[in-house]
Design a protein. Structure first.
Length: 69
């Protein structure tokens, strides 16, 4: 079963997802602040963008679903 199917069958509450996401973002920001290697910083930056993009998608989906009710 794909991750998409798992998330559709058992969606996690949005508040939990947001909390988990921000915890991850805080960790990545801390790593970014401590890292001196340019390649590592670039990888962390990519990870941050990916995480924030997923958060944005979750919030947009939640807003769209709320509008359907």
């Amino acid at each position: 079963m794909s991750d998409k199917q798992k998330s559709d069958n058992n969606p996690e509450p949005l508040a939990f997802f947001i909390k988990k996401t921000f915890n991850g973002v805080e960790q990545l920001v801390q790593l970014l602040a401590e890292s001196e290697d340019a390649e590592t910083r670039k990888q962390i930056h990519r990870s941050l963008r990916s995480v924030l993009r997923k958060l944005k998608m979750a919030l947009v989906n939640q807003a769209e679903n709320a509008g359907k009710d």
